[in-house]
Design a binder for this molecule. Structure first.
Ligand SMILES: O=C(O)CCC(=O)C(=O)O
Length: 297
């Protein structure tokens, strides 16, 4: 499948490889036009972060952040913060890539921009994503775009091929507190010699399934590592409200890309076509009487 505005075509071999290994690394996939636009917008937020003395809802700053040396750790929902990020994730090349991997259409879940600042940008400990935002199936995947080239020193993302088909781990600590990371005794059992570090030039793309075990080392280089991440699921996969971050997402979450939203859901192998989503109607939903009498809201 030739994807507009990408430097590559995505054929069924790559899709099969993704399904088998649970990840892909696609070198220099994003065109320089898109990269220039994304970098320019990202730079605006780094500038904006200079005036912060503590993290805000939208911008997470790392310890040691100052106005002279800003350390923006994460933009929480870039698609809600700038039309360029919105276009990129919902109509642009990454949206099309998600559709190609998820059967022709996709449901957008969320996006974020992770920075790892030069000389010590934090590690991301081994974890899986699905516990952070559980869905009705395991289709969710995250597509990452390196806005700058990333090498070994810079804390590239590491994945364990095939681990997406294995155990789903407990990400609480031994005191029962949410840690967002695997426990040491589980990590000891991992085949860490099989880790693949996803490095690449600017515009390279990482894709990993939500059950993939992954993480990244601190950034020991003198260069920052901006990684723009966007998550999608299959069109008939839904985030489960009241669990994890699902209830705190931005306005674009749930947007269907390249497909009809027909309220299809599959649970335990049984398909159901659910009632419409009335959440946009100001809290009003018809009663069964109103629906059966075909009364308008
Ligand atoms: O930034 C990275 O290297 C990994 C990001 C990640 O795994 C996450 O934010 O869940």
């Amino acid at each position: 499948m030739q994807l507009d505005e990408l430097n590559v075509s995505l054929d069924s071999v790559l899709v099969d490889r993704y399904n088998q290994d649970g990840y892909l690394l696609l070198d220099k996939l994003i065109t320089s036009q898109w990269l220039d636009r994304l970098r320019a917008v990202a730079a605006e937020f780094v500038e904006a972060s200079r005036s912060l003395t503590q993290s805000s809802k939208a911008i997470d700053i790392a310890p040691g952040h100052t106005s002279e040396q800003p350390k923006l750790r994460r933009l929480v929902s870039p698609v809600d913060m700038h039309p360029t990020f919105h276009e990129f994730a919902l109509q642009g090349p990454i949206a099309k890539l998600a559709c190609a991997l998820l059967g022709g259409s996709a449901r957008f879940h969320h996006s974020k921009l992770n920075y790892k600042w030069a000389s010590g940008g934090e590690e991301v400990k081994w974890h899986q994503d699905i516990q952070f935002w559980p869905h009705t199936d395991f289709s969710p995947l995250t597509i990452g775009v390196y806005l700058d080239a990333v090498d070994d020193e810079m804390g590239p993302m590491g994945v364990i091929p095939g681990s997406h088909q294995g155990q789903i781990y407990d990400l609480y600590d031994d005191q029962g507190q949410w840690a967002g990371a695997m426990q040491d005794n589980d990590i000891e059992q991992l085949e860490l010699d099989k880790v693949v570090w996803l490095k690449g030039d600017a515009g390279s793309v990482t894709i990993h399934n939500a059950c993939m075990i992954h993480g990244s080392m601190p950034n020991d280089s003198d260069r920052g590592r901006p990684l723009l991440l966007q998550t999608y699921s299959a069109i008939d996969s839904y985030p489960i409200g009241c669990l994890g971050a699902n209830s705190t997402l931005g306005g674009a979450s749930g947007t269907v890309i390249q497909g009809p939203s027909e309220q299809h859901l599959r649970v335990q192998g049984r398909e159901l076509k659910c009632a419409p989503d009335w959440s946009a109607s100001g809290g009003r939903a018809p009663t069964i009487f109103g629906s059966q009498q075909r009364q308008k809201l």
